[in-house]
Design a protein around this ligand. Sequence first.
Ligand code: HEC
Ligand code: HEC
Ligand code: HEC
Length: 185
Amino acid sequence: MFALKSGIVRRIYEAVKKRISTFLVGFVFALLCFVALNAAMVPVSKSEYCGSKCHEMNTAYLTWELSTHGTNIKGIRVECIDCHLPEKDKYFAHITAKAYEGAKDMYKHYFGDEYDGEKIRQKVFDRISNQRCLHCHDNLLVRPGSSAARIAHTAALSMPDAQENRCIQCHANVGHQRQNKLFSP
Ligand code: HEC
Ligand code: HEC
Ligand code: HEC
């Protein structure tokens, strides 16, 4: 019994020893890929990149810059990807969505029909979940605010699935300030 066991152990040991260099090379390669992927993501994750490379994004970019998330007195810029992609700490969901959305935008840019801003706006509007907003605004009931806000937010937090409790139902302009005087004729 002991001989059998040590035989197996020895065989495994031999196998590992023989392949240890292959294993190490593979491991280092995977690690380098991971570092390269993250480095490659940095420039294409910037709002300047997302917003200024294609004419389709012009309105979105300008209206974002005028919104409270693009410009506010705290000087914090909330980037496009903070609202439009799954949170960065859900790493795989984030990069998969990024790759998919990026590829789709690129395809539509070259081969798609004319960009229909209003149609896309409605689609995006229907999709952005409360979770995206709550990722940063997790202190809604703690902050001193108006009683209207308190009532609205208590409802939004207790029944998040109701259509009228969606954050952007009441805060439609937070990502893009579309009713700005700068856009008046
Ligand atoms: C605070 C969250 C938030 C941020 C930050 C944000 N968006 Fe949006 N975005 C929204 C919401 C909500 C909508 C749908 C409602 C609307 O557009 O009024 C939208 C709609 C859009 C649309 C579809 C309508 C259109 O204008 O063509 C595009 C494209 C878009 N965003 C791109 C961007 C880009 C590019 C950035 C960064 C420069 C950005 N967004 C930053 C929340 C955000
Ligand atoms: C990456 C973090 C982040 C995300 C995601 C985010 N916000 Fe914000 N939000 C901020 C910051 C920073 C400010 C500006 C400073 C402040 O007022 O606290 C702000 C300000 C606001 C304000 C106050 C505007 C004003 O005029 O005072 C509202 C309302 C708001 N956000 C709603 C939302 C909604 C709705 C979403 C989801 C579509 C969202 N936020 C997503 C960080 C975020
Ligand atoms: C039924 C409407 C309604 C819904 C749904 C709603 N809010 Fe509000 N929110 C308000 C009102 C009203 C205010 C107060 C506006 C003011 O005083 O100018 C407010 C204010 C805010 C502010 C500014 C700071 C504060 O606390 O007063 C933030 C941030 C905010 N809401 C985030 C959110 C987020 C995130 C969600 C989704 C979980 C959400 N809201 C859902 C109505 C709503």
